[in-house]
Structure formats: structure tokens, C-alpha cells
Design a protein around this ligand. Structure first.
Ligand SMILES: Cc1ncc(C[n+]2csc(CCOP(=O)(O)OP(=O)(O)O)c2C)c(N)n1
Length: 629
């Protein structure tokens, strides 16, 4: 029997002999590698925290104590150790476990999470809540060096120092990587010390020999009970004595800095975390060095590629929207030197990594800082540059005030490229881009465009650069629809819709690829002599006044298809415009994902689950024609 088979809860983990824990780590790694190779998911980040997670569950008593992983994409070992090993193979599939914290699947996942930087604040809130209600829970917040580039994380840390709760520790999981290399002050700080550590401790590049080196050096340094009693831990003490200044910045801030600790040595992790919990009078800040992808060669060698590999692909693949976006950005940059591009730690995902190779000084990775990305773009636009800010729909939610206050209030020419808009698939509810159609059309001056395919996406990006107001382009995750790409892009005049198919009194108004869903439904219905009209709204804001006039004058039933929330999006925008007109108006029927947090699954499966597939549209039209809706 494997060790893992005997672990149904963290209590079982506590019974495993210390000497067997590395074997357990190996079993967990094997399960992660085989599962992610089949289902896709976060590979490298999870392989890096196996030992740390074992140490945390060994010391803490979850769920009385709370272990919070910032982002929580690295919670696979946590899931495996908290009773989910048996069905772990179904992670990220429809009906299976979420790839992130999900309270509905376990009391050990204390909150639903998937965005970076909120960990310290959530942890502080819970710590203060525990104290105020007389609870005895201890809170450990694990945050990666990438997530420690978010402004929100520093708001949390600052308040933690102010409140100094006795039941909270912060653990920096430092692997030097976000998805790409970590940027900013933290990367420079670690870069300053790690070469020194390497020299002194003969560390190899990936810290793989950390353990042996420590054993060699241990007898050579003054290790006193006092130091250990302060909770500094064995190797922390070694490094404190070699480079005592290293932790100054964190100590000066008001934490008790402990580290750096070898994040792959379970015994050392247990010792340091345990002592930190017991003895620190300030909130401990434990600096753990880990190796992203640890234990599986391909992921160690290319942690960026293996940050979140997809499931294996069968058959030929089309390019992605992100790829077409990136190629178009490069095309635009080559023609206009004022154009720059900004990514918030998503160079790979947005496709901008390849643009940066060609224009290294005009593509900026600002870190996981969506708010800052928007404000810095506003500053650049003020200086006459033409910034394209490429951020996933779900992550741009964080920068709403910067969009309203910094960009739109000043009517600045910033182009927002919202990747992964709509249903995103296996990442599930924390990552679906369902709210941008609602939130991007709120601020005055904003133009919101939705292309029906990749050729229109290119046209609209050129249009966005050519005009001079805030401009938002939203496009979906994954492969393009698959149309011919014209040699030259065309400008699509702002505020114009397209009539795709003439019809009689029922009109299907779609945005994005749902225009093609509407078209397929129309073709299907024509076989029954039902002739519906299909329009591509294209600009959600401003709406095409000719379209609105036509709908009011000639259409009896308008069915709006939108891959987003049912609140405040395209249907709302059409209803608002219709309400401004006197006289007759169509009856408006909405087909949207709904006022919900949508679950995970394959995108086509989700579209049909939420009634956004051809069959659902055909059925809806039939009901309307028969007078039932
Ligand atoms: C607000 C926000 N922006 C972007 C992302 C996308 N994202 C997911 S994980 C990640 C990198 C996280 O790096 P780090 O915290 O160091 O964790 P690691 O994967 O290295 O363990 C990014 C940018 C996100 N989850 N949240």
C-alpha cells in the first residue's frame, strides 16, 4: 500500500514517520505529474510546494487552523492531503475538483480564490476575526514572489504589521518566477543576495544541493540555543550569520524575517515553521526558497512552459486569438513607433512575449499589477504614446477605478485588449471573463468593440489605434474561429453594426463568435421556412443608431446572445437605447450565461450548459414563433 492511500485527512499525515515524508512527497509528485499531463493544469508551481504543503499540514491543524494559498493554483498537494487524493484524477474536469480553492468541495479550502495578491488581506481578516471571537485558529498565508508584485499584497502586509496579530504568519514561496521571471524590486532584492548565497554555500543554480551544503557547513557556524530558541531554524541561523543583513528589509518593515529556508527539506521546514509559530513576538515572515517544477525534469527546465500546460492536443490546431492579437500588435508597432504594449505578468498568455522579442523596449511587463498597468498606460497616453494594455478579462476587474478615473475621465487614448473574455473552460469560476461587457461600457468616453472572428479582431485593433479615445476590444480564449485573413486590415467605423443575414420579424443579435452560432441557427431554422435576421452588434458602445432604429421600426422579437453575465451587458445596452426612442419597439429576449458564477468544463460543453449553442437558439426561436415566449 502506498503512503498516500493511508492519508484520508491531515490527521493521518501527522502519523507518518518523519523519515517517510520524502517518500510521501514523491508519491504526491507522481500523482500531480500524471494528472496534469492528462487533464492540463498548474504543473510547475504545484511541484514546487509539495514539501512546504506537507510541513504546513504536519504542523497546523486544518480546518481549525487555516492555510491560505494566495492565488491557490498551487494547492494540489493541499487537496491531495485533505482527503481528495482518490478523485484527484478528475481535477479541472466538468464535475471534478476545481484547480483552485473551492469551499464547496472541502472545509480545508476556506475561500474561493484564483486572483493574485489578496492572500495577506484575507489572512489578516480571518486572523482578526479569530481573535475577536475567541477562536484558537492559527493562520498561515503562503504567497509567491510573483504575487508579491501586486499592490494589494502590500496593502495587506502593511496592515498586518500595524495589527501584528499573534495568530498569523506569512510565508514567501520564492522560486524567482511568476509565470515568466518575477520583475520589480523583489526580483532585484533576491538577485542581490542569491549569488552571494550561492558563493558562500556553493548552491547550484536551482538550489538542488542546498541540503548537502547545509550539512557540510553546519558544524562550522556558531549555532546557539539562543538563535534556535528565537525560531530562526538551522539553516536560517547559518545564513543569518553569513549574511545577517539579508532579512533587514523585512525586519525593518516590522516582520520577524526567518530565512532563507530550503523549501525542499521537510525537516527543516517543520522546524522553522514550528518555532516561528511558537516564539515570534512579531508576525513571522518566513522566506522559503523553492524550485518551480521540482522533481520533474521538463518542468524544472522550462517552468514557464509548464506553468499551466493544457491537455494533450489531437489533430491539427488553429492559431489562438492571443497569437493573432500579438501578430497584429507587431504589425501595428512596425508601422507606428508611438505604439507600446503593457502586460501585467502575462507576456506568454497574451502573446506579447513574441512581440517583446521584436520590440524589447516597447513591450513592458509591469508585474501582477493590473491597476498600475492601467495608470501607467494613462501616463504614457498623456505623453502622446499609444499604449495597448493586454489583460485577461477576469484580471482587469481589479483595475476598474483606474479605467474610470485615470483613463476615461481624461479621455485618454488607451487601447484595452481583453483576452479570455467569455467562458474560459477548465479554470472555472475565478477565471471566466463574464463581467467585462457590463463593466467596460460604464465609464463615459469608452468605446467597446467585440469582433466576431480573428479577421475582424485585427480590423478592430487597427481601428482602436487609429482613433483617439479609450477603446476596449474583447476576444475569447483559445483557437480562432477560422476565416481568411485579408492582406490589408480595414477600419471598422466606430458605432457601426453588421447585418449578416436578412430576415423577417425575428432578429438574432450576437456579439463575438455567437454571431456564427446565430447564423448556424438561422440556417437550421430556414429549413423550416423560418427566416430570422442575424446582426453582429460589433460595437456595444456606442451602439449603431441605424441598427437601433431598424430594430425598433421593423423587428417584433429581438433575441440577444451574449457570452457574459445577464446583468448590465449587451441586452441592457440595447434596452437602454430602445427606451430612448418613441413609438414601437421589439420584445427583447436575452440569452446569456446568467447572473451566476459559472462552473468549469470544456467551453463547448459550457456553452450548451448555459444555453448558448445552436440547439438552444433554434429552440428559443421556435418557442417565440409559436407565441410561447
Ligand atoms: C490578479 C491576477 N493577475 C494575474 C493572474 C495570473 N497568474 C496566475 S499565477 C501567476 C503567477 C504567480 O506567481 P507566484 O505567485 O510567484 O506563484 P508560483 O506560480 O511561482 O508559485 C499569475 C500571473 C492572477 N492569478 N491574478
Amino acid at each position: 500500500m502506498s503512503l498516500l492511500e493511508g492519508i484520508k485527512s491531515p490527521q493521518d499525515l501527522k502519523k507518518v514517520p518523519l523519515r517517510d515524508l520524502p517518500k510521501l512527497a514523491q508519491e504526491i509528485r507522481e500523482l500531480i505529474v500524471s494528472t496534469v499531463n492528462r487533464n492540463g493544469g498548474h504543473m510547475a508551481s504545484n511541484l514546487g510546494v509539495v514539501e512546504l504543503t506537507i510541513a504546513l499540514h504536519r504542523i497546523f491543524d486544518s480546518p481549525k487552523d487555516h492555510i491560505i494559498f494566495d492565488v491557490s493554483h498551487q494547492s494540489y498537494a493541499h487537496k491531495i492531503l485533505t482527503g481528495r487524493a482518490q478523485d484527484f484524477a478528475n481535477i479541472r474536469t466538468s464535475g471534478g475538483y476545481s484547480g483552485y480553492f473551492e469551499p464547496s468541495e472541502s472545509e480545508h479550502d476556506i475561500l474561493a480564490l484564483g486572483h493574485a495578491g489578496c492572500g495577506p488581506s484575507l489572512a489578516l481578516g480571518i486572523a482578526l476575526g479569530e481573535i475577536m471571537r475567541g477562536g484558537e485558529g492559527y493562520i498561515a498565508c503562503i504567497i509567491g514572489d510573483g504575487s508579491l508584485t501586486t499592490g494589494l499584497a502590500y496593502e495587506g502586509l502593511s496592515n498586518i504589521i500595524q495589527e501584528n496579530p499573534s495568530n498569523l504568519m506569512v510565508i514567501l514561496n520564492d522560486n524567482g518566477m511568476a509565470i515568466s521571471k518575477t520583475v520589480g524590486w523583489l526580483a532585484r532584492w533576491r538577485g542581490k543576495w542569491l549569488p552571494t548565497l550561492r558563493d558562500e554555500l556553493e548552491l547550484d543554480r536551482d538550489f538542488q544541493q542546498f541540503e548537502q551544503v547545509a550539512a557540510t557547513l553546519a558544524p562550522k557556524v556558531p549555532l546557539g540555543d539562543v538563535v534556535l530558541g528565537l525560531g530562526k531554524g538551522l539553516k536560517s541561523a547559518i545564513q543569518k550569520s553569513l549574511i545577517p543583513e539579508m532579512g533587514h528589509v523585512w525586519d525593518e518593515m516590522g516582520f520577524s524575517y526567518l530565512g532563507p529556508v530550503d523549501g525542499h527539506n521537510i525537516a527543516e521546514l517543520i522546524e522553522v515553521i514550528d518555532k516561528a509559530q511558537q516564539y515570534s513576538d512579531k508576525v513571522p515572515f518566513i522566506h522559503v526558497l523553492t524550485n518551480k517544477g521540482r522533481g520533474w525534469g521538463p518542468a524544472t527546465q522550462d517552468p514557464t512552459l509548464y506553468h499551466q500546460p493544457g491537455p494533450p492536443k489531437v489533430g491539427p490546431t488553429k492559431p489562438t486569438y492571443s497569437r493573432v492579437f500579438a501578430d497584429t500588435v507587431a504589425e501595428i508597432m512596425a508601422a507606428d513607433e508611438k505604439v507600446v504594449a503593457i502586460s501585467a505578468a502575462m507576456l506568454e498568455g497574451t502573446g506579447l512575449a513574441r512581440v517583446k522579442e521584436r520590440f524589447p523596449d516597447r513591450v513592458f511587463d509591469v508585474g501582477i499589477c493590473e491597476q498600475h498597468a492601467v495608470s501607467v498606460a494613462a501616463g504614457m497616453a498623456r505623453e502622446g504614446l499609444k499604449p495597448i494594455v493586454a489583460i485577461y478579462s477576469t484580471f482587469l476587474q481589479r483595475a476598474f477605478d483606474q479605467i474610470v478615473h485615470d483613463v476615461c475621465m481624461n479621455d485618454l487614448h488607451v487601447v484595452f485588449a481583453l483576452d479570455r473574455a467569455g467562458l474560459v473552460g477548465q479554470d472555472g469560476k475565478t477565471h471566466h471573463g463574464l463581467y467585462d461587457l457590463a463593466y467596460m461600457r460604464i465609464p463615459p468616453n469608452m468605446i467597446v468593440a467585440v469582433p466576431r472572428d480573428e479577421a475582424q479582431m485585427r480590423n478592430l485593433l487597427f481601428t482602436g489605434i487609429q482613433q483617439s479615445h479609450p477603446f476596449c476590444l474583447r476576444y475569447p480564449r483559445g483557437e480562432v474561429y477560422g476565416v481568411a485573413m485579408p492582406n490589408e486590415p480595414e477600419i471598422s467605423p466606430v458605432g457601426t453594426a453588421e447585418v449578416i443575414r436578412e430576415g423577417t420579424s425575428v432578429c438574432l443579435a450576437g456579439v463575438g463568435e455567437l454571431v456564427y452560432t446565430a447564423l448556424d441557427a438561422a440556417v437550421e431554422l430556414s429549413k423550416e421556412d423560418i427566416n430570422v435576421e442575424v446582426v453582429n452588434v460589433r460595437y456595444i458602445k456606442p451602439l449603431d443608431p441605424v441598427l437601433v432604429g431598424h430594430l425598433c421600426d421593423h423587428i417584433n422579437d429581438l433575441i440577444v446572445l451574449e457570452e457574459g453575465t445577464s446583468v448590465g451587458g449587451v441586452t441592457a445596452s440595447l434596452l437602454e437605447a430602445i427606451s430612448q426612442r418613441e413609438g414601437r419597439s421589439p420584445k427583447v429576449h436575452q440569452m446569456a450565461v446568467g447572473d451566476i458564477f459559472a462552473s468549469q468544463g470544456e467551453i463547448p460543453e459550457l456553452r450548451s450548459r448555459y444555453g448558448l449553442d445552436v440547439d438552444s437558439v433554434v429552440a428559443k426561436v421556435r418557442v417565440i414563433i409559436e407565441g410561447g415566449d
